[in-house]
Each structure stands twice: as C-alpha cells, then as structure tokens.
Design a binder for this molecule. Structure first.
Ligand code: GLN
Length: 190
C-alpha cells in the first residue's frame, strides 16, 4: 500500500531497522504473538524512544491498534501505550462475525494531511478490537455503528479495521503525509 502511494517501505524486525524511517506501520495479526516479538531485542523501547523524540509516526491497524493502545479490557499486559485509547480484543465477535462495511470519514475533512475527498472507505473488520475509551487528546476521525474506528493522537494513528486489505490507499497516503511532517528532513521512508 505504501509503494502504491509512491513511498519507500521496508520490514522492521529489530531496532536497527528503524534507522532513517519517519513512519512505522504495525499491521494486523495476532497481538499475543507480536507482543512477545516486540520486547525481544527491546524493539518496544526503541519505538517509544523514536516516537517520543517526534521523529517517528505510528500507524496501527487492527492488531497494531491493540499494540499501540494504552489499555486493554480484562488484561494487564503491557502495551506500547502511545495512543491514549482502551480496546477490547475480538469484541466485534468471532471469525465468523468478521465483516466489511462502508465507513464514512467525517472526521478527516479538517485534517491538513487528508487529500482523499469525501467518499467512504471499505472497512474490513477481522476479529477486530472495539475502541472502548478515547483520551482527551484523541481525535475520532471515523465512526462505525456508534463506535470510533479511526483515531489519531498527534503522530499516532489507529484503525480498528484493515485499510491495507483493500485497493484504496487513501488512508496510507494520509499516514505517509503525517510521517513526512514528523520526520522532517530526517525522513528516509515509511
Ligand atoms: N484478533 C486479533 C488480536 O486480538 C487481531 C486481529 C487482526 O489484526 N485482524 O490480536
């Protein structure tokens, strides 16, 4: 998806891989697995440090949102805690209840990095987390069924759904622009 927006992208597995990047996408997957991998080699510490010094924007989709979040219902596991939302894992239902729905992007109209127009995106929800709380500094950019599904706090963006599983790169374009602003002259890719 990032290549589709014309940006260079590469995989990040260890802290050294963050070198020169202005943005990091944490995609969908299984959070209990990724939480183990992310503390290996202290990748979590490196991400926190780079995010807090302002040079790294973060985008979590589905599982990535869980990993970015500050709290998870019914669990005391440590998250990156960089996006002030609480989530409930799998709260839209089981695999069978996974669904696609048009998601209106009402909250994006005023965002300077948004160049995607007003057409809704197709939200692909796969055992998705429900956002149960948003902190005071969090902007809700899209809502589905009365619940926030796309949120932003500073340079951290989170989606309960999977924009990477469609043909529509508008949300990745939006994130790439956030990352370019965050990375400034340091930015060497997303
Ligand atoms: N159910 C997964 C979890 O809780 C997330 C699923 C996804 O990323 N599609 O970790």
């Amino acid at each position: 998806m990032l290549a589709r927006t014309g940006r260079a992208a590469r995989e990040v597995r260890v802290p050294e891989h963050l070198e020169g990047l202005s943005g990091l996408v944490i995609p969908g997957g299984e959070s209990t697995t990724v939480e183990k991998l992310i503390v290996k080699d202290r990748l979590d510490e490196a991400i926190r440090e780079r995010f807090r010094d302002g040079g790294l924007a973060l985008f979590g989709t589905c599982m990535g949102l869980i990993v970015l979040s500050r709290g998870i219902e019914g669990s005391r596991r440590l998250r990156l805690g960089l996006l002030d939302v609480a989530v409930a894992r799998n709260a839209y239902g089981r695999q069978r209840e996974s669904f696609e729905a048009a998601v209106a992007l009402n909250g994006l109209a005023g965002e300077p990095e948004w160049v995607g127009g007003t057409a809704p995106v197709t939200g692909v929800f796969i055992r998705a987390p429900v956002i149960t709380r948003t902190g005071a500094g969090v902007r809700v950019l899209a809502v589905h069924g009365g619940r926030p599904v796309l949120v932003r706090e500073g340079n951290a963006l989170g989606a309960a759904f999977h924009p990477e599983l469609t043909e529509d790169a508008r949300i990745h374009e939006y994130f790439a622009r956030i990352a370019e602003n965050a990375g400034g002259t340091r930015g060497g890719g997303v």
